[in-house]
Ligand binder design. Structure first.
Ligand SMILES: [Zn+2]
Length: 462
């Protein structure tokens, strides 16, 4: 009873609010009804989720240089053509080609031949272990400073980097940033200390037995030792056991390798501006993914949302004054070569007025992060109210994306679509990043946000 009454009262209040707002005449409000229409259209007949289902289930994960990545390039091109974009083309780039190989094994070894298997996975770019694996003692640290302070104690050992994801942070991207240095530089720091392998706690807030991969680095002057992720549960177990028996050994075997670079491409499609075709708004995500799971949230979601943004505008017969360009970038995960190639390409007469990236998962949109000077920031932030029907009207300073970051040197405003972020790192870079973790309505509403923002920037400039 009270539920029905509440609904009726809320509908009435909503009606009153809309009536009041349409009676005012701020110029920013001329797009309010259009924004509503775009949101509704995305829920009624959006195609982002169908596209993501195709990409993730017919192709699957798509690491740069892999046959699947090549299939994904063709797929994205065909999708843009099928949706009737004004032009679609590929822009080539050379990408790294790292392959995982068949073998990934780990175990904790106790006295008396007892053996506890642990879930491990090679970090992207890692060298392999010896053919018979590495079996040796372990030193556990939580920071590179702690590793430095060990002196010679890490020599010949596996360096276990076990600083957890800070679960007290509301912004999970900040928490990720606070732990990911272990993954990126763990093997370099381990080798410097005389260690033979970096065993890195998965950068995830979630306790499970699924290891998370991700890119790692080497420097030429330091011996390359393997970098391997251990699941969060495995890391906790190993840490407990080390407290009881500091002399236990761990066995790790991985068979990954880096092959020669491969020719690949960014996929570029656009709706040409009717009045200022040389002024361009880019909206994109990255087509490559890690070779675990299906690359659904990271970043199949961003790719299909960017393509869908343009499709929605076409479906509604909207003709932007400035050019809106969707880009499915290649190689964000382990090189950024696609983003770099896009920014480096000569485009005579053309000017980018804004670049938007969706690469934080396909969850419910909350708003946008905008990184530019204060004048252009205000010009973009004034559109926040257009996103209020779905409570995604939070626009705040700071944001961008790896692929569009290369345009920052050209003074192009960087904009990130910011979704709800509590679950992203549970799935990120792991076998759990699959289509069943993506909600259809949330994904479509994210695409609608991109359609609204790109359109209003195309009409009004920045
Ligand atoms: Zn990503």
């Amino acid at each position: 009873m009270s539920h029905v009454w509440n609904c009726a009262r809320q509908s009435l209040m909503f009606f009153v609010l809309i009536s009041v707002s349409s009676a005012q005449t701020h110029p920013e409000q001329q797009y309010d009804s259009l924004a509503l229409k775009i949101f509704k259209t995305s829920l009624e007949s959006g195609k982002a989720y169908d596209a993501l289902t195709e990409l993730t289930t017919k192709i699957g994960n798509r690491l740069s240089g892999s046959p699947n990545a090549a299939k994904a390039v063709t797929w994205a091109q065909q999708k843009m053509e099928e949706f009737g974009f004004d032009s679609v083309h590929l822009e080539s780039c050379l990408v790294p080609h790292w392959v995982r190989g068949d073998v990934e094994e780990g175990a904790i070894l106790f006295g008396g031949g007892k053996r506890l298997p642990i879930a491990v996975t090679a970090l992207g770019g890692s060298v392999a272990t010896r053919k018979d694996g590495i079996t040796t003692g372990v030193v556990e640290v939580h920071s590179f400073k702690e590793l430095d302070n060990l002196g010679t104690k890490a020599k010949g050992k596996i360096v276990f980097l076990n600083r957890p994801f800070d679960e007290t942070k509301f912004n999970t991207f900040e928490a990720y940033g606070g732990a990911v240095d272990q993954r990126w530089a763990g093997a370099i720091q381990a080798a410097k200390a005389g260690g033979v392998l970096a065993l890195v706690r998965s950068v995830s807030p979630h306790l499970d037995n699924v290891p998370h991969t991700g890119v790692m680095g080497y420097t030429d002057s330091i011996l390359k030792v393997p970098g391997v992720a251990i699941s969060t549960q495995g890391a906790n177990r190993l840490s407990e056991l080390l407290k009881k028996d500091g002399g236990l050994k761990v066995y790790v075997k991985v068979s990954c390798q880096t092959l020669p670079d491969v020719e690949s491409a960014n996929v570029v499609g656009e709706i040409r501006g009717t009045e200022y075709p040389n002024e361009v708004i880019v909206v994109g995500g990255h087509l490559d993914s890690w070779d675990k799971g299906q690359g659904a949230h990271d970043d199949g979601a961003g790719v299909v949302q960017s393509i869908e943004a343009l499709r929605l505008l076409k479906q509604l017969g909207l003709k932007p004054k400035r050019t809106i360009r969707a880009v499915a970038f290649m190689n964000e995960e382990n090189g950024g070569r696609g983003g770099e190639a896009y920014a480096a390409k000569e485009r005579p007469g053309e000017k980018h007025i804004a670049a938007i990236e969706s690469d934080m998962g396909g969850f419910m949109p909350r708003g946008f992060g905008v990184n530019t000077d204060s004048v252009r920031y205000e010009r973009i932030a004034r559109w926040a109210h257009l996103f209020s029907p779905i409570w995604a009207d939070r626009i705040f300073p700071g944001g961008g994306g790896t692929d569009i970051s290369f345009l920052e040197k050209k003074n192009v405003p960087q904009i990130a679509l910011i979704p709800e972020m509590q679950r992203y790192f549970t799935y990120h870079h792991s076998a759990n990043d699959t289509i069943d973790k993506v909600d259809e309505r949330e994904l479509e509403l994210g695409a609608a946000c991109l359609a609204i923002l790109t359109y209003v920037l195309a009409q009004e400039g920045v």
